[in-house]
Design a binder for this molecule. Structure first.
Ligand SMILES: O=C(O)CCC(=O)C(=O)O
Ligand SMILES: [Fe+2]
Length: 334
């Protein structure tokens, strides 16, 4: 075999590296990373902030009629009195991707299409671009761990574009938030999925600095603001897949006197295939549903109304006093 044979070996398929080694180490250790977004994604998010602002200014009746609430907090328009309101997209509602996808967000704004269709078109665009961005980070992580990119194939099946309807839906979601001035907040938690991308119009999101915190004094780092910047957070599922070699990004939202809008894209594992931990250097196989249940154990849904959060907290407190739940897991979302 001569040298040329080596060069003829095709490079592994998959996207080119995105993060530097230093960024990757920081993401794995802290569980979060502040990033500058690519221009195309940032342009789409800018239009989506505008759409989201317009949508959220509609009356509650109209918002509920366009996107009725289902599955607790996991689908449609959900107001939390005195705190925030948000709409969660997990699939197309007003016409499938064939009818609305394919118009770039700036063009969509000039079509005069109904609010729902325009909003959904742009959510679908942002979904695809945000998913590609997070996929590149997952590929960086697998590259750094000497794993093949194909480990993500089944886990991401059906998650990288917004599904056409409820029958194709996975747990992956895009959420458009409005936090009310001063009183809008989210309690300390870590997210459930693989990776979350958080982009905001104003300050409020903070991540726990695991390096700078002491046991008694947590140190918080402010997430960047604007459509060209984001905070990427590691969720419980990625931590589980990594056999705890990466940390989750613990975060919270604190009140901002002006209020704030945010766009959150949570990339979560597909529900279409079993999860083989062996592919990730771990052991065992779980059904997608078993994995989903296991990452939720002991979690409080920080986005539900206060009464439900209090009820969940009381239930866990009671279980903990009976020794049924460990202290460490009572600290999170959903
Ligand atoms: O609004 C944000 O920036 C983050 C919200 C959040 O942490 C969540 O919904 O899980
Ligand atoms: Fe979160």
């Amino acid at each position: 075999m001569d040298e040329h044979d080596d060069l003829s070996v095709p490079p592994p398929a998959g996207p080119p590296p995105l993060l530097s080694d230093e960024q990757l180490v920081s993401l794995a250790r802290q569980g979060w990373l502040c990033v500058d977004l690519p221009e195309a994604l940032s342009r789409t998010l800018k239009v989506l902030f505008n759409d989201s602002g317009k949508f959220l200014k509609l009356t509650s009746q109209v918002k509920t009629r366009l996107y009725p609430k289902k599955l607790g907090t996991e689908f449609g328009y959900y107001p939390v009195e005195n705190e925030k309101e948000y709409v969660t997209f997990r699939c197309h509602v007003h016409g499938g991707p064939k009818e609305v996808l394919g118009i770039d967000p700036l063009t969509a704004a000039s079509t005069g299409a109904p609010v729902g269709a325009q909003l959904e078109n742009n959510v679908a665009w942002a979904w695809r671009e945000a998913a590609q961005y997070l996929f590149r980070i997952l590929c960086d992580i697998s590259r750094a761990s000497d794993l093949d990119f194909s480990v993500w194939d089944n886990i991401l099946d059906g998650t990288l574009t917004m599904p056409g309807g409820e029958e194709e839906m996975t747990h992956t979601l895009m959420r458009l938030f409005r936090y009310f001035p001063s009183t809008g907040f989210a309690g300390q938690h870590s997210d459930l999925g693989l990776l979350t991308l958080c982009v905001a119009s104003g300050q409020g999101l903070q991540a726990l600095d695991r390096v700078g915190s002491t046991r008694d004094t947590p140190a918080w780092v402010d997430a960047p603001v604007g459509p060209d910047k984001a905070m990427v957070l590691i969720g419980e599922t990625l931590r589980a897949l990594s056999s705890n070699t990466v940390n989750t990004g613990v975060h919270r939202v604190v009140g901002n006197p002006e209020g704030r809008n945010s766009i959150v894209f949570a990339l979560r594992h597909s529900n279409r295939h079993d999860i083989d931990f062996g592919l990730f250097g771990g052991e065992g196989v779980m059904t997608a549903q078993e994995l989903w249940k296991s990452v939720q154990v002991g979690k409080i849904n920080i986005n539900s109304v206060k009464e439900l959060r209090d009820k969940q907290r009381a239930k866990y407190d009671a279980e903990r006093s009976k020794g049924q739940v460990s202290d460490t897991i009572i600290n999170g979302q959903r």
